[in-house]
Ligand binder design. Structure first.
Ligand code: BTN
Length: 325
């Protein structure tokens, strides 16, 4: 069986959005016999697609499997660059590792790596990232922007804005950003972003933006030590969320905001980021490797550095810290 045709047929039926397409039309489009189309339809049903047929009208899709493979994500994706190359694996230690490798091998700008499950997902500051099978979006994006390495941290902030906009659009929830890269809903963490860099004397070779988004976990799906501090979109909205739709929304927003950033600089993004921030204007404790500072978070600089004013009136630039509020 030609799997390329099976995949294209799935894409065709997804794009038809539930409207029937006749076996003859599909046979003509794909240049194969109607019997061959019927065999591919059977194959798709075995893969978990719900496909019905109406006499004289044709085949239509009633449901698609809840996977994040290239066929499922590609159908209905309207980006120019992001996600045009999708690398999907059912399970892996970490999508960051795969993305780094692909980047070194020259994968194009905008490549994404998606998986259903990570067995060694990694977070900031060498922490573990819990990545339960089929419950979330565990994704790494490879970008090749023509900017100096010092600008890399800003991409984390740009990505945070894109994530918030996508969550809002798909679920109607009102997420907030905790500096630098945590997306909170009602004070609990729903998403983490990890930006890593490949650079040399010529500048940035690749930025690897890892996004871990808790989507359909119930509270019991989180390890006990996370249950008080983590949440998922499903817990907060009371509904199961369509992961495929969310990945597409994420990619669209990421493309819009990274393009905006590259074309016009950080100004607009800074305003947007601050409008979603739960940190700015609050008294926070910044826990760093060597010291902890308490003060009012006054804003971020053009470089994404947090400005913290301590009680003695001094303004501190915080580059990396855990923030407690
Ligand atoms: C954080 O510590 O808040 C950042 C978490 C980032 C997790 C994502 S999941 C996809 C990608 N692969 C990883 O191993 N980590 C990132």
């Amino acid at each position: 069986m030609n799997t390329a045709i099976t995949n294209k047929l799935a894409e065709r039926l997804i794009k038809a959005q539930g409207e029937p397409v006749s076996g003859q039309q599909l046979a003509d489009e794909f240049g194969v016999s109607r019997t061959a189309i019927w065999k591919h339809i059977k194959e798709l049903a075995e893969q978990g697609y719900g496909i019905e047929s109406i006499k004289k009208k044709g085949y239509y899709l009633t449901s698609a499997p809840d996977t994040l493979d290239a066929t499922a994500i590609g159908a209905g994706l309207h980006t120019k660059k992001l996600g045009q190359t999708i690398h999907y694996v059912e399970s892996c230690p970490s999508t960051q590792i795969i993305a780094h490798q692909l980047a070194q091998e020259g994968t194009p700008d905008g490549t994404i790596v998606l998986t259903e499950e990570q067995t060694a997902g990694r977070g900031r500051l060498a922490r573990k990232w819990d990545s339960a099978a089929k419950k979330g979006i565990w994704m790494s994006v490879v970008l090749r922007p023509d900017v100096v390495p010092q600008k890399a941290p800003q991409f984390t902030l740009v990505a945070a804005v894109a994530v918030v906009r996508a969550i809002e659009e798909v679920t109607g929830l009102k997420p907030e950003i905790k500096w630098p890269n945590d997306i909170l809903i009602k004070g609990k963490k729903s998403t983490g972003i990890l930006t890593e860099l490949q650079s040399d004397a010529d500048g940035i070779q690749a930025l690897i933006i890892g996004i871990g988004l808790n989507v359909n976990q119930s509270l019991q799906d989180f390890p006990e030590e996370l249950q008080d501090i983590a949440t998922s979109l499903s817990i907060e909205s009371g509904k199961l969320v369509n992961r495929q739709e969310l990945v597409r929304a994420l990619l669209s927003h990421l493309e819009i905001y990274t393009d905006l950033y590259i074309e016009t600089g950080f100004g607009m993004l800074k305003i947007l980021w601050e409008s979603y921030s739960s940190t700015i204007g609050k008294t926070v404790r910044a826990r760093m490797a060597k010291e902890t500072l308490t003060g009012i978070a006054e804003g971020i600089t053009e470089d994404g550095v947090l400005q913290l004013r301590t009680a003695d009136g001094k303004l501190h630039g915080i580059y990396s810290a855990d923030i407690e509020m």
